[in-house]
Design a binder for this molecule. Structure first.
Ligand code: MIC
Ligand code: SF4
Length: 644
């Protein structure tokens, strides 16, 4: 039987397990990336593991999230990351060099290799045929130390692309269409592989937009074949030597298959507050727009920026609109400046931001009260922009630029001819903002600012786990609800005790106080609990508040792994009807918890007593033996120490 692209890469990197969907496998990781908002924690954990030099082929630390230095905290974290990486063999991409995913695909990604990143949009590098997966910082720390990365072997989805995009339809519309079809939870436990004649018509930046936003499906990752288009891109980056051809076997077997006709695809828009609330732009044309943000790891390539510049050329941004543009990397920024496109943007009235995540993660540019903001980002979760009353819509750069000029949502098909942009045959290559690790690591002193506080570490699982229901939440709770991140909170990513006071506050402002008053307890959630970011702070903050377990209808992949890594029980209702029977502050008890966790490996249910109501109900705990070990030990760090 033939293999899919990702099955081939997994097979080449397989360390343990059988490549059968649903089985736990472990793979060797060739490259890692971190960014600064998850990176401080990842490097503190790497230090705790105690491996002197990274064992990967390449590890890069990026500074791109925490770049508004409104106090000493961010700058201190940057210095910590710069010195800790220098000591341990990791390259350091300085602030200003760009957003991790954009820079990584330009300068470091290699087709056929594995990449683990402490950021959920790591699959961006799937655009060049890399098996690129997002994970919690601790998993990345383990991979840097040469440890295996464990995943549940995913199901394979083939997305067949036929024909070529119609004028004004873009790669963003392809992924919005996939999101419309599958929804934000439809990709959990799956890898999306793109195939068909339409693939050839898409450049690497377009492919990367699609694999990037595959994260919003909850997918393990997304991947394109590595073909002549990939080769041309790598050649233009002066990296042709790393190219290899990669494609699925003719007789590869997929679990699911869909076809998208690119020729009939229309410009699409995702409405507040979920990336899968997708409708044609024409449906909401005329809606008045207050803000437009162009950039983020989804749409900040040179290709995107040149199209935006062409639309803005000779025009003026509408008087009621604030337009901000953040190019994705120094390379993009530099080339825009050299070809004059940057001047066209500035002349039109665009406010140019540094090459960083910026507004995407609420680091500045929070819109006004009740604003309508059009963004080229991948996420429009409630309150993520920093303004809870704002409505964020997700669109392509073209739709964003047209709206910035018109002042209202406009179907670009009514705007005139679309810009035509050619990919350059060579990019401006200059890696001077990447600092190589020290040749004399013993002499490097790691600098730790006062904001860096010890992170909470769990204790071994008790035989009786009890506590109150601290909150009951609806479906699709995101990590932006659990551990909000904006310009006020992001500076405290290395200070979990401080962050814990904001845990779940977008959903329930009283949650932290209630959790403290009751000495911890249980969180109750709906479907797809913990979707979104890879931030392990969404597990660490609850741990800090004494949370022992989360009982949900289902979990998002990375968050569930982060809970287990921190020794928090991720239970799912065996019968979803039991969700409705739980009330706030009900006292729950799990007796013989240690035995029950061990038995769960073989599929036994976990019995939970509702002491308040005098009832019991059953939960599933879908874990491997290794994960049971982690839960029993109180998390991955304790487990690793025990194993050693
Ligand atoms: C995001 O887009 O939500 C982030 C910020 O990049 C996160 C990482 C983080 O929370 O630091 C992600 O996607 O994993
Ligand atoms: Fe940065 Fe936004 Fe991309 Fe996250 S999604 S890495 S915050 S640009």
């Amino acid at each position: 039987m033939g293999l899919t692209i990702s099955q081939k890469i997994i097979k080449d990197h397989l360390l343990s397990g059988e490549m059968k969907a649903g089985e736990e496998v472990s793979i060797r990781i060739d490259q890692t990336l971190t960014q600064d908002s998850t990176g401080t924690m990842a490097y503190l954990q790497f230090e705790a593991i105690g491996v002197p030099q990274v064992k990967t082929k390449l590890s890069v630390a990026y500074i791109d999230h925490n770049t508004i230095q409104s106090g000493f905290e961010n700058a201190d974290d940057h210095k910590y990351i710069q010195t800790v990486t220098s000591k341990h063999g990791i390259r350091f991409s300085r602030p200003g060099n760009g957003v991790c995913h954009q820079v990584h695909i330009e300068r470091f990604g290699v087709p056929g290799m594995t990449l683990l990143g402490s950021d959920s949009h790591t699959p961006t590098c799937g655009g060049i045929g890399m098996l690129a997966i997002g994970a919690g910082g601790l998993d990345v720390a383990v991979a840097m130390g040469g440890g295996p990365y464990f995943i549940t072997m995913p199901k394979m989805v083939r997305v067949n692309l036929v024909n070529k995009l119609a004028p004004w339809a873009t790669a963003k519309d392809i992924i919005l269409e996939v999101l419309r079809i599958f929804t934000v939870k439809g990709g959990v436990g799956k890898i999306f592989e793109y195939a068909g004649e339409g693939v050839k018509t898409l450049s690497v930046p377009e492919r990367a937009t699609i694999t990037n936003m595959g994260a919003e499906l909850g997918a393990t990752t997304s991947i394109f074949p590595s073909d002549e288009v990939t080769k041309a891109f790598l050649k233009a980056q002066d990296r042709e030597d790393v190219w290899t051809e990669l494609k699925a076997d003719e007789d590869a077997v997929y679990d699911e298959e869909i076809t998208i006709d690119l020729a009939t695809l229309k410009p699409l828009i995702a409405k507040p507050h979920m990336p899968d609330l997708v409708v044609p732009v024409s449906e909401i044309a005329g809606l008045k727009v207050d803000q437009v943000c162009i950039g983020s790891c989804t749409n900040s390539s040179l290709y995107d920026m040149l199209k935006v510049a062409a639309i803005l050329k000779g025009k003026t941004v509408h008087p009621d609109v604030s337009l901000v543009i953040a190019p994705g990397s120094k390379q993009v920024f530099n080339m825009l400046a050299e070809c004059g496109a940057l001047a066209d943007m500035i002349a039109a009235g665009a406010r140019i931001l540094e090459c960083a995540c910026g507004p995407c993660i609420g680091m500045g540019q929070s819109p006004k009260t009740d604003a309508v903001s059009l963004r080229t980002n991948n996420r429009n979760f409630y309150a993520r922009s920093g303004t809870a009353s704002a409505s964020i819509y997700l669109v392509s750069p073209e739709v964003a630029a047209v709206a910035a000029v018109m002042g209202v949502v406009t179907d670009p098909c009514d705007f005139g001819e679309p810009p035509v942009v050619e990919m350059p045959s060579s990019f401006k290559v200059n890696d001077n903002m990447v600092i190589m690790p020290s040749a004399t690591p013993d002499e490097v002193e790691v600098v730790r600012g006062p904001n860096i506080k010890p992170f909470p570490v769990n204790t071994a699982l008790k035989d009786e786990v009890d506590g109150k229901v601290l909150v009951c939440l609806e479906d699709n709770i995101t990590t932006d609800h659990i551990m909000p991140s904006n310009s006020k909170l992001l500076p405290f990513r290395s200070n979990v005790p401080y962050l814990a006071d904001f845990c779940l506050t977008p959903s329930d402002p009283e949650f932290p106080a209630r959790a403290k008053e009751n000495h911890g307890g249980f969180i109750v959630g709906g479907q797809n609990y913990g979707q979104g970011s890879s931030r392990e702070h969404a597990a660490l903050a609850p741990l800090q508040l004494g949370v022992k377990g989360v009982i949900a209808k289902s979990f998002a992949r990375i968050h569930m792994a982060n809970l287990i890594n921190n020794g928090i029980l991720p239970l799912t209702f065996a019968d979803e009807a039991d969700y409705d029977k739980l009330g706030l502050l009900d006292e729950l008890k799990i007796e013989n918890a240690r035995e029950q966790v061990k038995a769960a490996v073989n599929g036994s249910k976990v019995t939970v007593k509702n002491v308040t109501k005098g009832t019991t109900f059953e939960c599933n705990l879908a874990i491997s033996e290794r994960q049971a070990g982690m839960l029993l030990a109180g998390g991955l760090l304790n487990y690793t120490r025990e194993q050693a």
